[in-house]
Design a protein around this ligand. Structure first.
Ligand SMILES: *[C@@H]1O[C@H](CO)[C@@H](O)[C@H](O)[C@H]1NC(C)=O
Ligand SMILES: *[C@@H]1O[C@H](CO)[C@@H](O)[C@H](O)[C@H]1NC(C)=O
Ligand SMILES: *[C@@H]1O[C@H](CO)[C@@H](O)[C@H](O)[C@H]1NC(C)=O
Ligand SMILES: *[C@@H]1O[C@H](CO)[C@@H](O)[C@H](O)[C@H]1NC(C)=O
Ligand SMILES: *[C@@H]1O[C@H](CO)[C@@H](O)[C@H](O)[C@H]1NC(C)=O
Length: 291
């Protein structure tokens, strides 16, 4: 009973987090879906409307809009029906009663988004790698994205594999993968272990990202997030490697640490990512979620 209550309380505290996760996932789906380069683009935009009546498709700003309650077409998947749902995100399983947070749909001011269609999304992802990189927030985004397409793929035509920090969902028929890579600070840190990462003393190598980045160099769509793990007044920055005895450690204020890490990350992208091929997304500030 006590356990149940605890889980319930945990669910409530998590609900806002989960809502954000769900909403951002849906928005991302919309963006990926609408910015595909095929001829269907124009068709998808056919529902665009504007006061002047002549808004050409690319002028619809997807980021200007509002959330509307929609219990007809939402939720887009049911928690219990998703093969890959994780307990960490399964609010209903652990006793949450009010599930109406799943019914919010993003409505841009200038156009209507096409109704979500998992097959069409998979078609857009054909032969591509979609990789989420970051902390538990992005892990939630990833699970959500997998659940969105799950029901459209028969059991024998999908797989899920984990290897260290990298988790790979594969839609075999489409030769498409939807992946998650655990790197809560993006750059190297002593929190990089995908399971045991809650250490009291956080140490970050703000100039080292290669160890992580080589796993997602050739992704077609990269979705990063990093913010929650930086919320400390100060952090220990390491120049040198974790193994080396003569590494230099220095306490640095958080904003400066975050800045240095993002600089390393941005520089890496600049050099290694082909902008003609890869779409990038970055999520920074987000609500916390704690047990
Ligand atoms: C959908 O929401 C409306 C308004 O809140 C409510 O009247 C209706 O019963 C709901 N329908 C379903 C199927 O939940
Ligand atoms: C979903 O997309 C697929 C592939 O583009 C299409 O064949 C199918 O008709 C669509 N389904 C709906 C309900 O629009
Ligand atoms: C599958 O997709 C990968 C990219 O993720 C690509 O390199 C590979 O050539 C594709 N294989 C086939 C058989 O299309
Ligand atoms: C896991 O990843 C490591 C290095 O990243 C690689 O050497 C190993 O073969 C992988 N194992 C599996 C089962 O894919
Ligand atoms: C990207 O596309 C532009 C314009 O088409 C071209 O000039 C540039 O060389 C391309 N860059 C790469 C890295 O392919």
């Amino acid at each position: 009973m006590a356990k149940k209550q605890q889980l319930w309380a945990w669910g409530i505290r998590n609900s806002f987090h989960y809502l954000v996760v769900l909403l951002v996932a849906v928005l991302l789906v919309a963006v990926v879906y609408l910015t595909g380069e095929t001829g269907r683009l124009v068709e998808d935009y056919a529902t665009c409307k504007s006061p002047a009546g002549d808004l050409s498709p690319p002028q619809c700003n997807f980021f200007s809009g509002k959330w509307v309650f929609d219990n007809k077409s939402y939720p887009l998947y049911k928690e219990q029906q998703c093969t890959f749902m994780s307990d960490q995100l399964a609010c209903e399983k652990f006793g949450r009663k009010d599930m109406s947070y799943q019914n919010w749909r993003w409505q841009p001011h200038q156009c209507d988004l096409p109704r979500f269609n998992a097959t069409a999304l998979l078609e857009r992802l054909r032969g591509k790698r979609l990789v989420f990189v970051g902390d538990s927030l992005n892990r939630g985004q990833w699970v959500s994205m997998v659940c969105l397409v799950d029901s459209a793929i028969p059991p024998t035509l999908k797989s899920m594999n984990s290897n260290g920090s990298l988790n790979i969902f594969k839609a075999i028929e489409y030769n498409a993968t939807i992946e998650f890579y655990w790197a809560p600070l993006l750059v190297e840190s002593n929190s990089d272990n995908p399971v045991n990462h809650r250490l009291p003393d956080r140490i970050v190598r703000v100039q080292a990202i290669e160890k992580h980045a080589r796993h997602w160099t050739d992704a077609d769509i990269l979705v990063f997030n990093s913010y929650l793990w930086w919320r400390r007044p100060k952090m220990k920055v390491l120049w040198g490697s974790f193994e080396s005895p003569d590494g230099i450690y220095k306490e640095v204020g958080m904003p400066r640490c975050y800045e240095m890490a993002l600089k390393t990350w941005a520089d890496w992208l600049e050099v290694h990512v082909n902008r003609n091929k890869t779409q990038l997304f970055f999520v920074s500030m987000s609500p916390i979620h704690e047990r």
